[in-house]
Design a protein around this ligand. Structure first.
Ligand SMILES: Nc1nc2c(c(=O)[nH]1)N[C@H]1C(S)=C(S)[C@@H](COP(=O)(O)OP(=O)(O)OC[C@H]3O[C@@H](n4cnc5c(=O)[nH]c(N)nc54)[C@H](O)[C@@H]3O)O[C@H]1N2
Ligand SMILES: Nc1nc2c(c(=O)[nH]1)N[C@H]1C(S)=C(S)[C@@H](COP(=O)(O)OP(=O)(O)OC[C@H]3O[C@@H](n4cnc5c(=O)[nH]c(N)nc54)[C@H](O)[C@@H]3O)O[C@H]1N2
Ligand code: SF4
Ligand SMILES: [Mo]
Length: 736
């Protein structure tokens, strides 16, 4: 009926920009998603992923009933049966092996309400130390570096608008034209008024094309490059002493520490010329004389086994010219997701689980004795790799680690060896397909909540529909399960608003203080944290927390000298190339939603290996042909995409696919010593041409070896194309 049609303003299900949309709908159908110039973040520009998000809401594969594995197959069950089954498994595993034997794995796409609830569920209902989440794979290095040096991680510590007035923006390993597309408007506006935009990426990306300068760094060379640029700035006397004196401490040690790292030292490590390094450092320092300089990183320099050291080096570089460093957060609630307790070492409000005061405050808030709160548990990759041994059961909510964790063959085997795997999802992700119980949760427009975007701006997410069939809102699933475990009283919430009220009160006095926020005050433009509750009046929020002070008690940035310790895999005769991984504009994350979005997947149905013409020639590969890529961990088969835009020593693959196209089959799970971030951006690899008959021929001319090999998984398939069988996966076929 025409009079039923209404419009609900909410935010996008995907990335950390959190663009606003108006959903035009009636009580059970969404007709349209409209952009709105009222969007406080991007003023109406969005990307095609966001705009296509409705396509998957009514997808035929939506999970609408709980599923329990019986005789190897996932079969529909009632909520009663499924919840009793999961609660039983939890109780049995914890009774036999202790509370930490049951783990929890969360995600950065969940609302703050669900993140808070999951953190409380793990610590109160399960009493397990082992809760971690996919943000460990995402923001952990940037967060650890920012906390150490700035004393706080608030992602971008200023609204995106501020970028327009920059004199120089360094986009370090971030391909925002594909990953945060509407942010490009702020970059191009800065360019129009004369800013230099320096893009540092092994590929000449779409982002590099909107920049003024491109440094085609060798993967993993970022730390050496940052150190060498700092060396130039220090040795040529280009430091901003005023900023260093007023806003930092420890800079003298950093300056002295930079002396050995000359551009000559860095040239081979970075794959760049000494003059290019010198010239770029001077460009940044000169621009800083005229106005603001921002060094913004993406996952390129962060997803490395030296990610934290690299982030600290980027902060040093920015600080020495008087500029600011900030990471660009990735997931929809990647910022809130890392603040409210689903990380193994955190309690809500971005507090440390080891801090006695924080423990006491949260224990009081939750009505439990302080000693009952667990301590720091295993980090994401370590938690997944402990499955089947230290960890016997796992609850996954908001992640698809079978596709997205490093060294995914190993991780999948570990998950399969669990006594119990429970996945809460709205689609049959690859991880749900190997679960023992799948609980149907809610999509973005099926529950109320809040999301904290990449600027630290907290925005309202609004419910438009009820979850389909027997599916339930995620928060309700957690409350129901907690009740089964005997914690009905602590999880007696009747709405996301009730959770929000308890959650914001829990953050009072914490670094990420949301206590002054209410659902009403978050409209229309959101509020930036910290936003404490005041005795009188409303706190306006804090758009620029670093404007005059950093997060440490003394208000200063605590700069640290950084060394170039490198444990990364180096290419050798057997694995002569570097493989790096990342994203494609048309797909999102582990691809569960975008591979099922017809308008996106029609255009980009498969993972392609991007490689340079010269490398292709050397390996006898042609456009559209098949290539097998192997590393010390495994082998995948991909279509060849020839390019002039990538270093000849490097190949690139997006990680949005599973099966034989799964990038993480080849990635290295070497962890950063402090953030525990796996090395997604760098592994040694070799290529093998896949002949028509699916026989792989080694054509590595460097080694002058030609051998024949049969591709794992590429033989015995009825389809002439090894990808075809992956396009529609049956939920019941997983454990056959
Ligand atoms: N379309 C799309 N958008 C997304 C997502 C998505 O899946 N798809 N995911 C969201 C999420 S969660 C995140 S975290 C962000 C990530 O956003 P980005 O950080 O922009 O994404 P990536 O493609 O992982 O990496 C960025 C760039 O790093 C480069 N790179 C690879 N290795 C290195 C290296 O060693 N050094 C340097 N300097 N660069 C290197 C790659 O070539 C790539 O262009 O995107 C968000 N937005
Ligand atoms: N090789 C390589 N691997 C990477 C990366 C890389 O650059 N290279 N990047 C890493 C990064 S930065 C990230 S963030 C991770 C992301 O990878 P994942 O952690 O796998 O994240 P998603 O693909 O978003 O998975 C989300 C899953 O949860 C479901 N889901 C999403 N939202 C909700 C919700 O609100 N409720 C419920 N119940 N379910 C939900 C989706 O259907 C999907 O199955 O991948 C990491 N892995
Ligand atoms: S930029 Fe991010 S938030 Fe905006 S429409 Fe695209 S995916 Fe959604
Ligand atoms: Mo991410």
């Amino acid at each position: 009926m025409i009079e039923d049609v209404q419009s609900t303003r909410t935010t996008c299900p995907y990335c950390a920009v959190q663009c606003s949309f108006d959903i035009v709908h009636d009580s059970d159908t969404a007709y349209e998603m409209r952009t709105t110039t009222d969007c406080p973040v991007t003023h109406g520009s969005v990307c095609k992923k966001g705009l296509s998000a409705l396509e998957v809401v009514n997808h035929a594969e939506r999970l609408t009933a709980p599923l329990i594995r019986k005789h190897g197959q996932l079969e529909p069950a009632s909520w009663d049966e499924a919840l009793a089954h999961v609660a039983n498994k939890i109780e049995r595993i914890q009774r036999d092996h202790g509370p930490d034997a049951f783990g929890v794995f969360g995600g950065g796409s969940l609302t703050n309400e669900v993140v808070y609830l999951l953190a409380k569920f793990a610590r109160v209902a399960l009493k397990t130390a082992n809760i971690d989440y996919n943000g460990r794979f995402c923001m952990s290095s940037a967060a650890a570096g920012s906390w150490a040096v700035y004393g706080l991680d608030r992602g971008l510590p200023f609204p995106l608008e501020k970028l327009k007035a920059a004199q120089c923006i360094v986009l370090w390993g971030v391909n925002l034209a594909e990953t945060l597309p509407p942010v490009t408007q702020f970059i191009t506006q800065a360019r129009r008024t004369g800013a230099n935009v320096i893009v540092i990426d092994p590929r000449l990306t779409r982002t590099a094309r909107i920049g003024t300068h491109h440094l085609q760094v060798r993967p993993g060379g970022d730390l050496a490059l940052a150190l060498a640029m700092l060396n130039v700035i220090v040795t040529e006397g280009r430091c901003n002493h005023d900023f260093l004196e007023r806003r930092t401490r420890g800079w003298q040690g950093v300056a002295a520490g930079a002396l050995p790292f000359t551009p000559e030292w860095a040239a081979e490590r970075t794959g760049l010329g000494t003059e290019q390094i010198r010239w770029t450092a001077r460009l940044i320092a000169d621009a800083a004389q005229l106005g603001p300089v921002y060094v913004l990183s993406g996952r390129g320099p962060e997803q490395q086994s030296k990610g934290v050291a690299t982030v600290k080096a980027l902060i040093n570089l920015a600080s020495f010219v008087g500029g600011l460093y900030a990471p660009l957060t990735g997931q929809g609630n990647g910022q809130g997701g890392r603040e409210h307790g689903q990380k193994a070492d955190q309690l809500p409000g971005y507090r440390s689980i080891e801090d006695p005061q924080a423990r006491a405050a949260i224990a009081r808030h939750w009505g439990v004795p302080e000693p009952s709160l667990p301590r720091t548990g295993l980090s994401a990759q370590e938690l997944l790799e402990a499955c089947g041994e230290k960890v016997r059961g796992l609850l996954v909510l908001g992640s698809n680690p079978v596709v997205s964790a490093a060294n995914a063959n190993l991780v999948t085997r570990k998950l399969e060896s669990l006594e119990h795997l429970c996945v809460i999802d709205f689609l049959p992700s690859e991880t749900a397909q190997i679960a023992d119980v799948v609980l149907p949760g809610s999509m973005w427009l099926e529950s109320d909540g809040t999301m904290t975007n990449l600027e630290g701006r907290v925005l309202r997410r609004k419910q438009v529909f009820r979850p389909p069939g027997h599916a339930r809102a995620d928060w309700r699933v957690l409350c129901d399960l907690a009740a089964r475990l005997g914690y009905a009283e602590q999880f007696a919430f009747d709405s996301p608003r009730a959770i929000f009220e308890e959650f914001t009160a829990a953050t009072r006095g914490a670094p990420a203080d949301y206590s002054g926020m209410t659902y009403e005050k978050l409209e229309p433009d959101g509020l930036f944290w910290p936003c404490p509750k005041l005795e009188t009046g409303d706190h306006p929020g804090t758009p620029e927390p670093f404007q005059s002070r950093f997060g440490h008690k003394d208000g200063l940035a605590h700069l640290e000298p950084v060394n170039c310790l490198d444990r990364s895999e180096v290419p050798d005769l057997e694995f002569p190339l570097i493989i790096t991984t990342g994203r494609h504009a048309d797909h999102y994350q582990s691809g569960v939603q975008t591979r099922r979005t017809a308008s996106l997947s029609r255009k980009v149905p498969h993972a392609q290996l991007e490689l340079h013409h010269a490398t292709a020639l050397e390996h006898d590969l042609e456009q559209g042909g098949l290539v097998s890529v192997s590393s010390r961990r495994g082998r995948i088969t991909l279509e060849v995409k020839l390019s002039e835009n990538i270093r000849p020593d490097t190949v690139f693959v997006p990680f949005h696919w599973g099966g034989h196209e799964r990038a993480n089959t080849v990635t290295n799970a070497l962890l950063d010593p402090s953030s525990r971030m796996p090395e997604f951006k760098l592994a040694a690899a070799k290529l093998l041409r896949v002949a028509q008959d699916n026989t792989a021929q080694e054509t590595n001319f460097l080694e002058q070896v030609v051998s024949h090999d049969v591709l794992v998984g590429a033989t015995g398939r009825s389809s002439p194309h090894p990808h075809a069988a992956d396009s529609r996966l049956e939920i019941t076929s997983s454990n056959d």
